[in-house]
Design a protein around this ligand. Structure first.
Ligand code: CA
Ligand code: CA
Ligand code: CA
Ligand code: CA
Ligand code: CA
Length: 690
């Protein structure tokens, strides 16, 4: 996935986006511009690199914080009077978000670039002044131009984007450690081929806007657990921008009144784009100070959607004016005056201090496997073996569907790699009698050989050993979804594999008498569309199969079970489910009780159903990033496995093991994440097996 974010991809996409998104070239100098004057000019200062208004508990406690170069962070009140300064290195870019928990207490967090050392520094606004709270100056490793913050709605995480002179867009996850010090880890990198001077991100939509000076304004999806989805909003020469793209701000006046504000660096004008209408251009204005002197080269911007007193009923656009006649200062432009000049609505200012609740209850993964060897969509499906004698020695088998199987320990380290073909799904059952000895039997759907791959897990040597009695052909064009079943009625062990067309087959696995295992076909049945994820309930003889676009089915797992099936959860009946439905797992509480867990891939969540009785839907959860631990969230899960068995320290009550479609923090090949069941149970009010 990371390779798709490289500059080459973006360059390739840009011509296409331009052709479709920007209809007709309109030069900025042809555009008539209304003049909008400032409601307030601040006191002049040495350097006005960028500023933010930080909202306080009441109007008297609102502050304007200025990144003032070597003067650090300067503080003004909203009459424009300078109150003081705190050291911050060489402060350049600056942004703020509210409700960031430090030692459990929500704070207004400021991030500033330190241009001398190309690092990010963190401050909490306390009693109207910035207090440095960073564990360290976090180096970004390039010439940093600007920084912006995003509270990512899909996982609740606070991210910083540092943008650079060489086109770098580095996304970092911010977190506070146990001592309350704020730190950051690289989450992913997007590269543009030339200088990115400004950025701004939108918490409501998760979108990131960057200004690539020589090119124009780009929009990306700022969620690191989603495709970056680059789109060019405007471009020099081909769109409205005359020569160089300038600074950026976003104003949120609620639905229908959300605007992207961008300066056209060469003309000094401010362009307004309709954020709710695909960033369609709505007009241009020229800005002046309170006395009418033009702001010739507007610098960094911030739009604040909150009533800020007389003349600023819907908030202000804060404009850094480094070339003001009396010395650098900031201008506060009324949002109402700005939107009024273009016959646009200012809407109802949305309080930036409000922090949205997560879309589903959230848990974190406490461990992750090493990345798989293959790039792109490669990791797919896990299987869990719980060591009954030494739980800490439990093992996870995961497919690399482009290369083979990997065996992992409970820390996620690879302890065996088998380059045996395109293994799609994998499952296991213990107690299989082979040559008179009980073994852990592992099977996988092998798309290379169109076969049932069969192994035994040597639990002492911690190795998988091929025990297939020759190639066990499935007779299918493309063996795909797969799971195993051990019948409580007969004691026999089976494997189900479906073709990618939805036809499913069942084989009995039999001791071939030579230390090998053979697959004997016992049943065929079919689904009307693509299925993949499945799990068999050995205690009840039921098989659960996810039909990706339809829902979760239940049918008999016995070879004479016939074709009758029951729809347990239809996607169209439950708004928490979003296609595709993928991996399915079973949490066994004993006595036939427990839970079914299904990957709702389309909304990066997991739905939980009661195993017994009415099999009611009990709720959904998401797996989000843990900055302190350095494990990213889980998105677009294909395969998963669930156990209630003890898997050692941290997993005493079992675990969910889930494939992660985007392994970030930092960006690497896909992998599998380990989530303790205890945290899922606590989050959704479920039981744990004791
Ligand atoms: Ca996938
Ligand atoms: Ca599996
Ligand atoms: Ca699938
Ligand atoms: Ca992830
Ligand atoms: Ca990761």
């Amino acid at each position: 996935m990371t390779d798709r974010l490289k500059g080459g991809f973006l360059l390739g996409a840009s011509a296409m986006v331009l052709a479709t998104a920007i209809g007709g070239a309109v030069l900025a100098q042809d555009v008539a511009a209304q003049v909008v004057g400032a409601a307030l000019d601040t006191a002049s200062t040495g350097e006005a690199s960028s500023g933010v208004i930080v909202l306080g508990a009441d109007a008297r406690r609102h502050r304007l914080v200025s990144a003032a170069g070597l003067d650090g962070l300067e503080v003004f009140d909203l009459t424009g009077a300078r109150l003081g300064a705190v050291p911050a290195g060489e402060a350049g870019g600056l942004d703020v978000r509210y409700g960031f928990a430090i030692k459990g207490r929500p704070e207004a967090l400021l991030v500033a670039t330190d241009k001398t050392v190309n690092a990010l520094r963190f401050f909490a606004m306390r009693d109207g002044a910035p207090v440095e709270v960073g564990a360290r100056a976090v180096p970004v490793g390039f010439a940093v131009e600007d920084v912006c913050l995003l509270r990512n709605a899909s996982d609740g995480g606070l991210y910083a984007f540092a943008v650079g002179d060489g086109g770098e867009i580095e996304q970092l996850l911010l977190y506070a450690d146990a001592e309350g010090r704020v730190d950051a880890r690289p989450a992913r990198r997007i590269n543009l081929p030339s200088k990115v001077k400004y950025c701004v991100a939108d918490d409501a939509t998760g979108q990131l806007y960057v200004s690539q000076q020589a090119v124009g304004v780009w929009r990306f999806n700022g969620d690191p657990e989603a495709d970056a989805a680059p789109a060019l909003v405007d471009a020099a020469g081909l769109g409205r921008i005359s020569e160089e793209s300038g600074s950026l701000a976003l104003y949120d006046g609620g639905p229908g009144a959300r605007y992207l504000l961008a300066t056209d660096a060469s003309s000094g004008r401010l362009f307004v784009y309709d954020h709710d209408a695909g960033d369609a251009w709505r007009g241009a204005v020229s800005l002046t100070g309170r006395g009418g002197a033009p702001i010739k080269e507007p610098g960094a911007l911030q739009a604040v959607g909150a009533p800020l007193g007389v003349g600023l009923p819907s908030g202000a656009l804060l404009v850094a004016d480094e070339d003001a006649p009396g010395g650098a200062d900031y201008k506060l432009i009324s949002i109402t005056a700005l939107t009024g000049a273009l016959n646009l609505s200012a809407g109802t200012p949305q309080d930036a201090r409000a922090v949205a609740a997560p879309r589903f209850p959230a848990v974190v993964a406490v461990a992750e496997t090493a990345p798989v060897g293959s790039p792109g969509d490669a990791a797919d499906d896990p299987a869990i073996w719980a060591d009954p004698f030494n739980p800490a020695n439990s093992l996870i088998i995961g497919t690399d569907k482009k290369a083979g199987l990997n065996l992992y320990d409970m820390q996620g380290r690879v302890i065996q790699h088998l380059p045996d073909g395109k293994m799609n799904n994998v499952d296991l059952r213990d107690g299989f009698m082979l040559g008179g000895q009980p073994v852990v039997l592992v099977t996988a759907s092998d798309r290379t050989n169109k076969a049932v791959a069969i192994y035994r897990l040597d639990t002492q040597a911690r190795r998988l050993i091929d025990v297939a009695d020759g190639v066990q052909a499935t007779g299918q064009g493309d063996p795909y979804g797969q799971c195993m079943y051990r019948s409580a009625l007969s004691g026999k062990t089976y494997v189900f594999i479906n073709d990618s067309n939805g036809e499913k087959r069942q084989w009995e696995l039999v001791d071939a008498g030579n230390g090998k295992v053979r697959a004997v076909r016992v049943r065929d049945f079919a689904f009307s569309s693509q299925v993949e994820g499945c799990v068999a309930d050995d205690a009840t003889g039921q098989l659960y199969v996810a039909e990706e676009d339809v829902g979760l089915w239940r049918l008999s797992a016995e070879p004479d079970g016939g074709a009758a099936m029951t729809m347990l959860a239809r996607i169209t009946d439950n708004p928490a489910l979003k296609d595709d439905l993928e991996g399915v797992g079973l949490y066994d509480l004993g006595d036939g009780r427990g839970y079914l867990v299904v990957s709702s891939q389309g909304n990066d969540s997991y739905a939980v159903f009661r195993r017994e009785g009415d099999q009611a839907y009990l709720g959904s959860f998401i797996v989000v990033a843990d900055g302190a631990r350095g494990v990213d969230g889980v998105s677009e899960t294909d395969g998963l496995d669930v156990t209630s068995r003890n898997l050692g320290p941290g997993f005493e009550h079992g675990a969910l093991i889930a494939q992660d479609g985007r392994n970030v923090l930092p960006g690497e090949n896909q992998n599998f994440k380990y989530v303790p069941w205890k945290s899922i149970a606590e989050t959704l009010g479920l039981e744990i097996r004791r």
